[in-house]
Design a protein around this ligand. Structure first.
Ligand code: CA
Length: 225
């Protein structure tokens, strides 16, 4: 899961980034409205946490713009205490949820989990996803099957989670690179190939029937034997 935090108060954006990373989310932070919009328009995020009062461009304008561009990423608005009209405006502009500052980080994590559920991920209780005979826990990175379990690295878990969320759709190497390393990274296609081969070995190790299929020249897709 990749989350964009758009927040100009540095102590708050740093605290949010820290707590989200600790919960195994991949996090990008924008400290002003313009860079927030640029990042949001990439469409690579699973959830956007968006402050309303921002330098250069306000959160409501960002929200309206990305919705106009057809980006459906769930958005949680952060509102200052008592800004009722902002909440209404935000929800009218396509926000999915809002939190009033100051808020409890457990509350934010719960809202993020709820929004990712609404997106159609199969999340049961504490951050687990199921496909075929495997269950991936993205909190403790444990991959379980009928015949055993094995711990993944964070990147392996992110990659498998991505493939599980997209199920039988073919995921291109470019999409996977953007998702796992960010669109500005220098990660290359062979990074993906390496992690795919690690994952295949681990799926074999737990005797899972789930297979990662290579669609030549296109990408990867999961299937059950
Ligand atoms: Ca602000």
């Amino acid at each position: 899961m990749r989350i964009l935090v758009v927040e100009d108060e540095l102590h708050l954006s740093e605290a949010l980034s820290h707590i989200l990373k600790k919960n195994n989310y991949t996090v990008d932070v924008s400290n002003d409205g313009e860079s927030g919009l640029d990042n949001a328009l990439t469409g690579i995020y699973d959830v956007i946490v968006l402050d309303i009062m921002l330098p250069k461009m306000d959160g409501i304008t960002i929200l309206k713009t990305i919705r106009q561009e057809g980006i459906e990423t769930p958005v949680i608005l952060l509102t200052a205490r008592g800004e009722i009209s902002d909440k209404v405006k935000g929800l009218d502009s396509g926000a999915d949820d809002y939190l009033s500052k100051p808020f409890n980080t457990d509350e934010l994590l719960a809202r993020i989990r709820a929004l990712s559920r609404r997106r159609g991920e199969i999340v049961t209780g504490n951050n687990t996803i199921e496909f075929g005979d495997i269950t991936l826990n993205t909190s403790n990175l444990l991959l379980s099957g009928v015949h055993g379990e094995i711990t993944l690295t964070l990147k392996e878990s992110e990659l498998l989670e991505y493939l599980m969320i997209h199920k039988r759709i073919v995921c291109s190497k470019e999409q996977i690179i953007e998702k796992l390393w960010g669109f500005e990274s220098e990660a290359e296609a062979n990074h993906v190939e390496v992690y795919i081969s690690f994952l295949r070995k681990k799926l074999k190790f737990i005797h899972s029937k789930v297979q990662i299929n290579t669609v030549r020249g296109v990408g990867y897709t999961l299937s059950e034997e």
